[in-house]
Every structure is written in structure tokens, then in C-alpha cells.
Design a protein around this ligand. Structure first.
Ligand code: FUB
Length: 442
């Protein structure tokens, strides 16, 4: 996968579009703790931002100084609306705390309320929760002068119920809490309540949503070395809730957190979460998304995290096949090209394959295809299937070494149109055959 230059100095100023029909959703900066919301027919994502820590900054290895907002209408083209809040603007917060952890944003009566945790200058708690308001989800946001009194913790999340009452969920550690918000959306009614009857172990990042009259209380939960995402359901926004099971298993490749949100957009449910795809450093995370499904009884079907993610990929653009839906007997690693965020398929053997869902071939069938590949050994053949049909066999030969890339072409037999799933099957001798970057149909 070969994309735009990966220059963080430039990205700080960046505001623009990028095509990312797969995971991670954006590659020009690190984004964690994604809260997805639908406003005005668009899907917005409000993540936190990880940056590389200078010595002694931040906490727990995280350096998180500001928030950006992102949106999409097609799940493929993501717009970065730029920085919406910076730690230096928080009236009650440490200007160099680097502790702007997971936020949320909701809309009520045309006003957008942005909830964010930050380390307070009065040192009254590890985190307090602030509110900022705007007339547009992209800002500009006006920050309240003080934090919400009585709320002490991380990961604010707000549900506005069908009757207009609003609830703030937050917390991390052994307990997660809920408090009803007053009509001003900036203060709470009474004392927060601990949410009971959840499984033991560290919990944080709770996200509440309502579907068919049922309150789904979902939360990352560590009981075995990194966070799985679990959920409980109830008939009341303040509980009690009954634990139902796991939505997403824990990752086992060196990332401890998995903060998420769940949203319905254009009649499909999605789970947004994060991973360390770009950095392989658990403090420099990148947001992802996958489709989510429910059974007929409202139970959430367990989701396997994918590289493919969401969104439709145009066949005549580069199909980043290393962001596959499924794979067999091969590996993925970062491209070795300097300053490029991208990945490659490697350790490909005879019989290895990848599938990639939802490629849009449009109305006019392509006549040929090209595949960017390399091989330090003998190469091999790639059989390209579209739907159930073998449409081409591309021969890849030795390119001199594994990092010397060439484009190999094939002709297409048959007519292809519409949105199709594709599959690449690799054939050859006993050794590793080739590395593959992308495929393109023309
Ligand atoms: O991003 C910092 C913290 O890590 C979040 O607040 C938690 O939910 C976890 O993702």
C-alpha cells in the first residue's frame, strides 16, 4: 500500500481529503479513541491525537495535546477538518499536560456539545471533564471556563435519550459511572452512580447506544493482558445492565487499549476502534472501523477486526490488497519505501491467497490489470478472481531483490461490472514467491 508522504510536521497544519477505503482510516497523523457520530447526513469521527512524547511529557506513555474532527459521506473519502481544540485553550487545564484523552460530541437543539477529559491545573483529580460548544460539528468551539463539577475521571460519553434527557458515562479503572446531565448539558443532577453488575477487571472507554428500546452499554475491559470490548444491556439508561459477552477480542500483538464507539450510518452499523497499524507502538494509535451486525434477538455478533475495514474501493484506483478481508499463509509488513505509509504482502508461498471485498468496477469492464510486485527468488503466478470467475493470470518474475518493485500486467477475460469481491491466489515453486503491494484494473 503506497500512499501520501508521512510527515508529521506537515500534518500538524494539514486539513484536507484522503482516500482511505480500508484500515487504518487516516494515515497522515495518529488518531485514537474514535467516537463516531452522525450529524447532518455525514458521519463524523472525533478521535484523540497521539503524538511522539518528548522526555517527561504526558502520562502512561501517551502524549495527547489536541483534537481534530474528521468526516465522510461515502466511508472512503475522509476529510480532516483540522484542529478543533488544543490543550493550551482549556481554561482550567494544564497547558502542557498532554492528557487530552478520549472525547465525545453530541448535538442537542442545534448546538454541538463536545466533552473532553484533561488534567486540571488545580490538581483535584487525574482528569476532569470539560464541555465546549459550537454551532457546527467542525467548530469553532467555545470552551466552558470550568470543568463539570462532581465529575472526576476519563472517557466521557453522552447519550441523549428519546425523551431528550441526557446521560454522561465516564470513568476508568474498577468502576464506570453514569450521571444524568441537566438541561444545560454542562452540569450533572445529583451524584454520579457506579454502574454495577459488570465483570471484574479494569474497564474504561464506555460507550452507550440505544437500539430498538434496548440500552447497550459497551466497554473495553482488561481481564487478560489487553482490552477486549464487552457489552451489557438494560432497560434503563442508568442501569441495571446484564453482561452479554464480547464484541471484539483483545489484540495479542502488543497494544493494550482498544477504545471504541458504535454507530448506525445509512442502515449499516459500524464499530470504530483503534490499533497501532502504522507505528507498532501502542502509544501511537490509528483509528479503524468495521461493519457490525446484530442477530434477530438484538445480540451483537462478535466482530473480528479486519484490515479491510469499511468503504468501497474503486477498481481503477490502487486496490491496496495488503488491507485484505481474509488471507491464508502469508504475512503483512510495512513497505520499506522511505516516508511512505504503506504495507506489503510478503512470505507468500504456493497456495497462499487473499480476498478483498467491495471493489467497484463501475459500468465499463476493465480490459487489463497491473500488479505491483517484487521477488528476490523465482516469482510465480497470481490467479485473479473477480466474484467466482478467474479473470486473469499474471506472471511475476524475479525483480532483482525483494525491495525492487515492478508492475506486472495481465489481460482480463470476460466482462466485469458493479461491486465485486476479488481474490488473488498465488502459485509457484517451494520457496517464497513474491511480495505484492497493490493491484489496479484499467
Ligand atoms: O487514549 C488515552 C486512553 O487510552 C483513553 O482515554 C482510554 O480509553 C484508552 O484508549
Amino acid at each position: 500500500m503506497k500512499k501520501q508522504l508521512f510527515l508529521f510536521t506537515v500534518s500538524l497544519l494539514f486539513s484536507g481529503l484522503q482516500l482511505t477505503a480500508q484500515n487504518p482510516l487516516v494515515t497522515h497523523m495518529y488518531t485514537a479513541d474514535p467516537t463516531a457520530r452522525v450529524f447532518n447526513g455525514k458521519l463524523y469521527v472525533f478521535p484523540s491525537s497521539d503524538i511522539v512524547c518528548e522526555d517527561g511529557k504526558g502520562e502512561n506513555g501517551f502524549c495527547m495535546p489536541y483534537y481534530h474532527a474528521f468526516s465522510t459521506e461515502d466511508l472512503t473519502t475522509w476529510e480532516d477538518h483540522g484542529k478543533i481544540i488544543d490543550q493550551t485553550e482549556v481554561p482550567w487545564g494544564k497547558k502542557d499536560g498532554f492528557g487530552m484523552w478520549a472525547p465525545d460530541c453530541v448535538e442537542k437543539d442545534g448546538v454541538y456539545y463536545y466533552y473532553y477529559p484533561a488534567p486540571p491545573t488545580d490538581k483535584s483529580a487525574f482528569r476532569r471533564v470539560g464541555v465546549a460548544t459550537a454551532n457546527d460539528p467542525e467548530g469553532p468551539y467555545l470552551l466552558e471556563n470550568d470543568y463539570i463539577k462532581g465529575v472526576d475521571g476519563i472517557d466521557p460519553n453522552v447519550l441523549i435519550d428519546d425523551d431528550g434527557r441526557a446521560y454522561l458515562y465516564y470513568g476508568g479503572g474498577k468502576t464506570l459511572r453514569v450521571a444524568e446531565l441537566n438541561a444545560d448539558m454542562k452540569s450533572i443532577k445529583g451524584k454520579p452512580k457506579v454502574i454495577e453488575t459488570l465483570p471484574d477487571g479494569y474497564k474504561e472507554g464506555s460507550f452507550m447506544f440505544k437500539k430498538d428500546g434496548v440500552y447497550y452499554f459497551t466497554f473495553p475491559h482488561d481481564q487478560s493482558g489487553s482490552e477486549e470490548i464487552g457489552y451489557a444491556t438494560g432497560k434503563n439508561p442508568m442501569g441495571p445492565f446484564e453482561y452479554q459477552g464480547i464484541i471484539m477480542d483483545r489484540f495479542k500483538d502488543g497494544i493494550w487499549t482498544n477504545h471504541h464507539s458504535i454507530v448506525e450510518y445509512k442502515n449499516q452499523w459500524f464499530i470504530f476502534y483503534h490499533h497501532h497499524d502504522i507505528s507498532k507502538n501502542q502509544h501511537l494509535r490509528s483509528m479503524r472501523a468495521d461493519s457490525l451486525f446484530f442477530d434477530n434477538n438484538g445480540k451483537i455478533l462478535k466482530k473480528k477486526a479486519t484490515l479491510r475495514g469499511i468503504g468501497i474501493t474503486k477498481a481503477d484506483k490502487l486496490v491496496q490488497i495488503d488491507r485484505f478481508s481474509t488471507s491464508h499463509n502469508l504475512k503483512v509488513s510495512r513497505l520499506k519505501d522511505n516516508n511512505v505509509v504503506g504495507w506489503q504482502l510478503d512470505y507468500i508461498k504456493n497456495g497462499s491467497f487473499v480476498t478483498y471485498n467491495s471493489v467497484d468496477f463501475g459500468k465499463n469492464s476493465p480490459k487489463k490489470l497491473s500488479i505491483r510486485a517484487s521477488s528476490g527468488l523465482q516469482g510465480g503466478n497470481i490467479k485473479v478472481y473477480v466474484g467466482n470467475y478467474l479473470v486473469s493470470t499474471v506472471k511475476v518474475t524475479n525483480t532483482g531483490n525483494w525491495n525492487n518493485w515492478k508492475e506486472f500486467e495481465g489481460t482480463i477475460s470476460g466482462e466485469i461490472s458493479g461491486i465485486k469481491n476479488i481474490k488473488l491466489v498465488f502459485e509457484g515453486g517451494d520457496n517464497y514467491l513474491m511480495n505484492v503491494d497493490w493491484i489496479k484494473f484499467e
